[in-house]
Design a protein around this ligand. Structure first.
Ligand SMILES: Nc1ncnc2c1ncn2[C@@H]1O[C@H](COP(=O)(O)OP(=O)(O)O)[C@@H](O)[C@H]1O
Ligand SMILES: [Mg+2]
Length: 511
């Protein structure tokens, strides 16, 4: 066996001990000591302190400084549990002072922490060559949240998880406010692929726009709701809240009149029918209806819910060009339709991903959104019906607590805002001051992972994406070459195609 790294000193308890170390052992390192019997006690270093008797304050004041460096380093370790043949059990007796401390071997760590619950490979345990693998079923059915400040790697990490889910043939629907997920179609071009042993690849992704192709040329298809023979409530739900209350009566009247004449009518027919009314307030209603009609979100050729959830494929609802209020109305209606269809078994099971979730499920007092109620319902009941939820946000404090508390897997990346940290602490069992410090310092691409299957929060170096990352930051000062090429836009075409273009140009010239 490898030699000891230190010796337990001072008072110990079942939950923690201190040990003096002879060489460097950093915070976060996993260590082991012998417990009662032969079982190993697994612990993690959460603080390291260095002191020197020669420079001890009290000592120096007495003027007895003898110049001899007597330095020692003491690490404080928190016990994770006792590794028995039957699995990890909670420690009951304090470790013995004088006992030798060893670095924990990877087999022990892997076996006891529960890092390989499934086959979804999301990264490596920080500081170790140990894969962290999650269970896809548990992640989807019991929901997942990714919370951290901007630029810490939330969308990147989400995409890593989504890649794994697609490979497990899960159907995905992604609410994408910034158009970041279209790039999942193409293989990635950078990243330490060999260290993480992965191969770049693209995925089957369809991008839908609720606007139109001019507003969003990145889209593959239009996203539309059924616009035929809508009732008053269905229409009112897509209008600004302040107007819908006063105008729903008028709308109801007009639609009743229409229905007496015909079974099938569209939004233009409704506008015409409202126009026939005599009320003075009809004009603002007509204004709203015309706006809806011009937007084109209602159509005779609606997007069918079953088309949006296909096994092993992702449908992206790219909200580029849609105002915030309309976005949440679209999400409300879309998810309601999908949830109903799922209950009836008319669509595949799958996972709904909500980026910038604070916009769609704002915490009470921080805003209102039409989509709050349905997302809460999916969080509470989705599991029964095979509809999972992933919520992503940069403002943990501003996201509906009801939804966050339903997420069994929590991925926390760097958070520094005190309100957000407080919100996280409330939602997390066993949040300690040390963990909070850790969260403030997590570098980009590093995440703290918490779920019921893993013994305690672990820090994970997220693996590189296999697919291309389409970040949202648009360079203001772009490299000259790129500026000539295509100003301030994210390049999403796969590298081969560009290489091919280059080859063709070389073969045939480009005059
Ligand atoms: N695991 C990772 N490996 C490599 N680079 C990463 C990783 N996570 C994030 N990044 C980098 O950090 C940048 C910001 O990540 P992003 O996911 O867009 O942040 P967020 O969504 O939190 O604002 C990305 O453009 C990417 O270059
Ligand atoms: Mg993001």
């Amino acid at each position: 066996m490898k030699s000891a790294i230190g010796i337990i000193v001072g008072e110990t308890s079942p939950m923690q001990f201190k040990f003096m170390i002879g060489r460097h052992v950093g915070r976060g390192a996993y260590v082991k000591v012998r417990g009662e019997g032969k079982d190993w006690i697994l612990a993690q270093v959460d603080e390291v302190k260095r002191s020197n008797a020669a420079y001890n304050l009290a000592h120096m004041e007495r003027g007895k400084e003898d110049g001899q460096a007597r330095e020692w380093i003491v690490a404080q370790a928190r016990v994770i549990g006792v590794a028995t043949a039957k699995g990890l059990r909670p420690p009951t007796t304090p470790s013995r002072p004088g006992e030798e401390v060893f670095l924990a071997d990877e087999r022990l760590i892997k076996g006891t922490l529960g890092l390989s619950q499934g086959r979804m490979y999301i990264g490596k345990l920080r500081g170790y060559d140990l894969r962290v693998e999650l269970d896809a079923n548990s992640l989807v059915q019991k929901h997942c949240s990714i919370l951290a400040k901007t630029g810490s790697g939330k969308s990147y990490t989400a995409a890593v998880i989504l890649e794994e889910l697609l490979e497990k043939k899960v159907a995905l629907l992604i609410i994408d406010p910034h158009g970041e997920y279209a790039s999942m179609k193409s293989p990635g071009r950078e990243g330490d692929f060999s260290r993480f042993k992965i191969k770049p690849r693209g995925y089957d992704v369809t991008v839908y726009t609720p606007a139109n192709m001019t507003v969003n040329p990145r889209a593959d298809k239009l996203f539309r709701f059924n616009g035929i023979s809508l009732n008053a409530r269905e229409i009112a739900r897509m209008m600004p809240e302040e107007s819908s209350n006063g105008q729903i009566g008028l709308l109801y009247e007009a639609i009743t009149a229409l229905k007496a004449e015909t079974d099938t009518y569209d939004l233009e027919d409704v506008i015409e029918a409202v126009g026939k009314g005599t009320s003075k307030s009809k004009w603002s209603l007509i204004g709203n209806l015309e706006q809806l009609n011009e937007m084109g979100i209602f159509s005779g050729f609606p997007t069918e819910p079953d088309e949006l959830l296909r096994r092993g494929r992702a449908s992206v609802i790219d909200m580029t060009g849609i105002g915030p209020e309309m976005q949440s109305m679209i999400v409300a209606r879309l998810l309601s339709e999908l949830f109903e269809a799922r209950k009836l078994g008319k669509v595949n099971p799958g996972m709904v991903v909500v980026e910038e979730a604070h916009n769609y499920i704002p915490e009470r007092g921080t805003g209102k959104a039409a989509s709050t109620s349905i997302i809460r319902t999916i969080a509470a009941e989705g599991r029964k019906f095979g509809l999972g939820l992933m919520v992503i946000s940069q403002r943990p404090a501003r996201v509906d607590k009801n939804v966050i508390s339903q997420c069994n897997t929590q991925i926390i990346m760097r958070v520094t805002n005190p309100n957000d940290l407080k919100a996280l602490s409330k939602g997390l069992e066993g949040m300690t001051g040390e963990l909070e410090e850790e969260i403030k310092r997590l570098p980009p691409g590093t995440a703290m992972l918490v779920n019921n299957e893993i013994e305690r929060p672990v820090v994970v170096s997220i693996r590189p994406r296999k697919s291309l990352h389409g970040g949202v930051s648009t360079p203001i000062v772009a490299p000259e070459e790129e500026m000539l090429d295509r100003p301030a836009e994210i390049r999403t075409e796969p590298p081969e195609r560009r290489a091919e273009g280059g080859l063709l140009r070389r073969m045939f010239g480009s005059r």
